[in-house]
Ligand binder design. Sequence first.
Ligand SMILES: CCCCCCCCCCCCC/C=C/C(=O)SCCNC(=O)CCNC(=O)[C@H](O)C(C)(C)COP(=O)(O)OP(=O)(O)OC[C@H]1O[C@@H](n2cnc3c(N)ncnc32)[C@H](O)[C@@H]1OP(=O)(O)O
Length: 258
Amino acid sequence: MPEQLVTVERHGTTVVLTLDRPSALNALSRALVAELAERLEEAAADEAVRAVVLTGSAKAFCAGADISEIPNMTGASPLDTLPFDRLFDTVATLRVPTIAAVRGLAFGGGCELVLACDTAVAGRSARFAVPEVRLGVIPGAGGTQRLVHAVGKAKAMRMLATGAPVDAEWAYAAGLVADLVDDDQVLHRALELAGQIAGNAPRAVAYAVDSARRANDLPLHQGLAHERRNFLLALGTSDAQEGVAAFTDRRTPAFTGR
Ligand SMILES: CCCCCCCCCCCCC/C=C/C(=O)SCCNC(=O)CCNC(=O)[C@H](O)C(C)(C)COP(=O)(O)OP(=O)(O)OC[C@H]1O[C@@H](n2cnc3c(N)ncnc32)[C@H](O)[C@@H]1OP(=O)(O)O
């Protein structure tokens, strides 16, 4: 029986996936990458699931790609990165919002995993880095693109070009994470946020806003067209009618997900 590298917990309509490879600070081995992608796809396929929280076991979120697997990368081809591409594409396009709950370090691919999520909560012990330059490589899972979107060019280059870690306060002030709480409150805050998402909007609308938000990664004009399409789709749902009616009637909407 292969070692379980990702634990799955259900908290109401939220699934919590924990990277569970503490001996290697949850480094992303190929086995862990494949297992995490499968658990994410399973969660998103469940109509009752409204959000996924990603977190790490022990004192780390994730120390990045498993460096012990680098020697096998001589003459690496795009095929070698497929498992990583599948995982990061799955996180970035999941049908439900993804929330990173970070305690301890999120380095390299671990930091890129946080960036691929829709939002993030950090504990005061959290540290973020893209130290790949210190390995003679560069981030290969979106870090050079998503970090600029998250914190802006100047702060992104400070991290990318030096590989130096930043602390939780810096990450929060820079916009890399949305909330900064005490370490023992990280999961609680992530679950609270997931519950607010589930409680305040029908699944289809939450997906539409998430999908439209991701269009922000496209050039602006494409993003605006994508947003308008999703807006009009949402407007045509019975939930939108119910939401408007409930506001008019000063009552809580009874969404049906249609
Ligand atoms: C670069 C290519 C990756 C190869 C395979 C991928 C295929 C292609 C994919 C493309 C997309 C991926 C892009 C992402 C790339 C990366 O993430 S590169 C790696 C970036 N991360 C790092 O450089 C961090 C390396 N680790 C450290 O610097 C330190 O461990 C630490 C994080 C600062 C913590 O230090 P400390 O508290 O002193 O703990 P340690 O004793 O160093 O570590 C504890 C044990 O954990 C093991 N470990 C830590 N990090 C990794 C890791 N990234 N990979 C594998 N193992 C790791 C460490 O070896 C210790 O284990 P033991 O020695 O057995 O005790």
